[in-house]
Ligand binder design. Structure first.
Ligand SMILES: NC(=O)c1ccc[n+]([C@@H]2O[C@H](COP(=O)([O-])OP(=O)(O)OC[C@H]3O[C@@H](n4cnc5c(N)ncnc54)[C@H](O)[C@@H]3O)[C@@H](O)[C@H]2O)c1
Length: 313
């Protein structure tokens, strides 16, 4: 069986490809344009897994050729800085919109199944717990990035109806936990980086008591593997998150590992007054079990970043 992973060198991809074991796939195609220079994600890949790496852009690659005979495509290539999507909406839309559509069409052409990672940032209903059935009332994307995820979800549903695309949509919470292709512009990772640097933690002024959904990186990889193992490609949409937590709770967990870290409140464009809880129950009801926790994810991240503090000799 052949598996394709686009954006394979990124934060999630670099962990996911390390979760693969010999004998699971006959070929694992890794496709990434190296735009973000994450060469280190290719270091020390697991022995015995038949990887083939292509330095290619999803917008220009011959995807039908790459996906030929593939069982599934895990589509992780994207413009993923939600904050920066205000400044670069065209670039974001070309990769996340056109790019995802091209990937989906190539899946139809080749018969490959598609895992599309959307985001829990498509939600925004204050005060209630939102789930996948909330409809328009619960959907309130706050950034161009989140809005593009919703548009792609709708495109995939239409392509499934018109052309028989087999796909699943996973609305992932904000990832925490270390990987070789890790990035640091999302909340938990950024705080861990700042704490390990001995810098103040730049918390959005409105955010301290807001509840948001977070996803342990190992749980994310396990969820992708679960979908593949269970062949969950009937067009379902699932929230995937390890926990809902306030930023204050994230900081409390971080202080257990870096006791002297402290927040500094700042303003940000993507800031909003919304606090929302996302329900993980639909995916759990399929039998998926979460194993991660904020405390353990932060412990491991701080462990990876040890000896970063400027005062270290
Ligand atoms: N990390 C999170 O917190 C999070 C949360 C929810 C959803 N997601 C989604 O999961 C997916 C993966 O996220 P991630 O955190 O691993 O992202 P990432 O930014 O760490 O990795 C994306 C990878 O895609 C590659 N890439 C970008 N544009 C490309 C292109 N045009 N052609 C080929 N490769 C390209 C980059 O070089 C990078 O290696 C994205 O769709 C993201 O929106 C991530």
């Amino acid at each position: 069986m052949k598996l394709v992973v686009t954006g394979a060198l990124g934060h999630i991809g670099s962990a996911f490809i390390r979760s693969l074991r010999p004998g699971e796939f006959d070929e694992v195609v890794l496709l990434d344009n190296l735009r973000t220079q994450r060469y280190a994600s290719l270091f020390h890949l697991p022995e015995g897994v038949p990887f083939r790496f292509f330095e290619e852009d999803i917008l220009t690659a011959d995807l039908a050729r790459r996906f030929e005979d593939a069982h599934a495509v895990v589509h992780l290539a994207a413009f993923t800085d939600a904050g920066a999507s205000f400044e670069s909406p065209a670039e974001m839309e070309s990769v996340n919109g056109e790019g995802a559509e091209k990937v989906a069409r190539a899946c139809v052409e080749t018969g490959a199944r598609l895992i599309f990672p959307s985001s829990t940032s498509v939600y925004g209903t204050p005060e209630t717990t939102v789930d996948e059935s909330c409809g328009d009332a619960g959907l309130a994307p706050q950034t161009p990035y989140a809005a593009s995820k919703l548009r792609t979800e709708a495109f995939l549903a239409a392509l499934a109806a018109e052309a028989g695309l087999r796909h699943v949509i996973l609305r992932l919470g904000t990832i925490f936990g270390p990987s070789p292709g890790m990035r640091f512009h999302t909340a938990v990772n950024k705080f861990a980086w700042q704490a390990c640097r001995g810098e103040p933690l730049t918390v959005w002024r409105t955010a301290l008591d807001q509840v948001r959904p977070y996803l342990d990186l190992d749980d994310a990889c396990a969820a992708l593997r679960f979908v593949l193992r269970r062949d969950l490609f009937a067009g379902g949409t699932y929230n995937v998150l390890t926990c809902n937590a306030t930023v204050a709770q994230v900081l409390e967990a971080l202080r257990r590992h870096v006791p002297d870290c402290a927040p500094r409140l700042v303003d940000a464009r993507a800031m909003n007054a919304l606090s929302f809880l996302v329900s993980p129950e639909k995916f759990k009801a399929l039998g998926f079990e979460y194993g991660g926790s904020l405390d353990e994810g932060l412990r491991r991240t701080v462990e990876w970043l040890r000896n970063l503090r400027p005062e270290n000799p």
